[in-house]
Structures are given as C-alpha cells and as structure tokens.
Design a protein around this ligand. Structure first.
Ligand code: ZN
Length: 316
C-alpha cells in the first residue's frame, strides 16, 4: 500500500512540475513524420512514438520498439482499473507516425503495459514478428490467441534473429527500480487461462536490450538499467537509453562510455500517464538536467539529442 501511496504523491508532483521540450531546443532533432521523406539506401529513419517507442525504418525493413498509444491515467493505474488497448488511438497515432503498411518486427524490452499492451492489436494490423520474453509471449497469446505462435518469439539474451534485412541481437538488461522496487514484478511460466485485463496483469518478465543491425548501422536500445550492468555492445551508431527514473539516470554515463555511440537519445522521459495529444511533458521522475550534466562533465562520446512525439530523424 505504501508503494501506491508514494506513487500517488508522484502523480501530484508530476502534474505540478512537468515541463516541455522548449527549454532544450538546441538538442531537438527531426521533423514531423508526416512530412519526412522515406529513408534512402544506407539511411535509417528514426521516428519517436512517445514513452520508449520508436519506428526504425530502412528503405526495405521496418522495426518498431515498445509502441504505446493507449495511455491510461496514473489514477486508474494505481486503482488497477480494467484496461484494454484503444483501436481509435492506435489508428490515430500510427497515422501521425506515418507507419508503413507492413512492419517486419516488434521488439519489446519488457512486458509492462507501457511497452506491450498495444502490440497484439498492432501485429494483427501490420503483421510482423514479435520479439519479446517468454512472459511477454504468454501475455500476447492470451491477449490475442489468433496470432500465430510462430509469429511470437520468446527471446532471451544471446539469441539472434534475422528479420527483413535486419539482424536483431538480444541482450541482457535490467529494469529500473521505482521507490526501491521493480513495479509489477514477476515472470509467467505457463499459458494464461484469461487475457490480461488490468495494468498489474502486465508483469515485467525478463528485461531485454536489443542491438539492431540495419542498413549498415548499429542501433542499441534499452528501456533503462542499473549501475554496474554495462551494455554488451560498443561502437554503435545510435544509443537509445531509458532514463525514466534514478537507476537508468545513474548508469547513463557508464552506459554511453561502453557503447561509444555517434548519437545518443535519452529515452522514456515523458509523462506517459497523460494523453499523447497533450504533447511531450517530462515526468517528475525523469531528470534530464542531470543526464545533460553527466554528458557534459563526463565528456561523453557522441552527440546528445532529443526528439518530440511523431518526429522523424535520419541516421546517416
Ligand atoms: Zn517498465
């Protein structure tokens, strides 16, 4: 109960000190996805979908990481209210993000609702392979039994998949603690009798990171981490690193040093309990000034960038 009470306090603080991207204009990259040209050969287009969601496209392969459009308020999350994906929001935002008609792969860093809940309906519309943990696979199958089991990969660190013209390396990761605990913890070991119906049903599962090789580029993505657990990749072109809360923020500098990227996008910083329509607002648990300071004082490699919702940027 104490945990949920503290979350409620965060909710109140969140609404009072949220801030927008305006004060970091110098770091913003990209243009509206609806106006962006398709990527050329040897280019990769990155479109930010909010939370930890990205559409990653080359000229012939499309990959989506952690898409989340059907947001729920923090109040309803705390009450563990009934919750299901919203077809109208999915339709609206996939258009705003200029989704292609077919997606090759859905890469899911862990199976909390803000990473996985929209994936079953999205896969039914756009096809493609879902790469998630064993827990994530059981949740997807319970949510949408009509998805072919062969379209959902129960991935674990060390696995490698060739999907479209991309190679996906699955790597170990850690989930950040919130107020000392991992939210909605646990694994699922067998097929579920009922579909997930409430926020808590989306258990974390085994956290994963991905190294994506696409169009000659290397992109590393995770949704957070903990000090001392270094990414197992280096010399990447782009590092997308979750910094939603303290653990991810504390390990930011060492993770960037290990990855030695050309570009860095600190991720999962927005308040995902408010509708996407209200625009990007930093969550009170995020601390971008700290991330920026760590980047400057640590003289970290790579160019630090931020992206707004439904904006696209080209990695050359
Ligand atoms: Zn999570």
């Amino acid at each position: 109960m104490r945990f949920y009470f503290l979350l409620l306090i965060i909710a109140i603080v969140t609404t009072s000190c949220s801030s927008r991207l305006d004060s970091h204009r110098d770091l913003l990259v990209g243009r509206k996805a609806s106006e962006a040209p398709a990527p050329k050969r040897n280019e990769v287009q990155i479109t930010y979908l909010g939370t930890n969601g990205y559409l990653i496209r080359s000229h012939d392969t499309s990959i989506v990481v952690d898409p989340f459009f059907s947001r729920i308020s923090l109040g309803k999350t705390l009450l563990n209210s009934p919750y299901s994906p919203s077809p109208s929001l999915i339709s609206k935002y996939t258009k705003l993000a200029a989704f292609p008609s077919h997606i090759d792969a859905w890469l899911i860093t862990h199976s909390h609702f803000d990473h996985l809940i929209d994936v079953p309906p999205l896969q039914k519309q756009f096809a493609g392979k879902i790469v998630t943990s064993q827990t994530g696979k059981f949740l997807c199958q319970a949510a949408a039994p009509e998805i072919l089991p062969t379209d959902i990969f129960a991935a674990r660190p060390g696995k490698r998949y060739r999907i479209g013209n991309a190679t996906i390396h699955v790597m170990p990761s850690k989930h950040d603690r919130v107020l000392g605990q991992i939210p909605f913890p646990g694994l699922i070991f067998e097929a579920l009798a009922d579909p997930p119906k409430r926020p808590k049903d989306w258990k974390v599962g085994t956290p994963l990171a991905f190294l994506i090789e696409i169009a000659g580029k290397k992109i590393y993505v995770d949704s957070g981490g903990m000090l001392g657990h270094l990414p197992q990749a280096n010399n990447v072109d782009l590092a997308i690193l979750g910094v939603a809360v303290g653990d991810g923020q504390k390990r930011f500098a060492e993770a960037v040093r290990a990855l030695n990227p050309r570009y860095i996008i600190p991720s999962h910083q927005d308040n995902f309990f408010i509708p996407l329509d209200r625009g990007f607002r930093f969550a009170s648990t995020s601390n971008f000034p700290h991330v920026k300071e760590a980047y400057k004082t640590g003289q970290l490699p790579g160019e630090l960038m931020l992206m707004d919702f439904f904006h696209s940027w080209i990695l050359k």
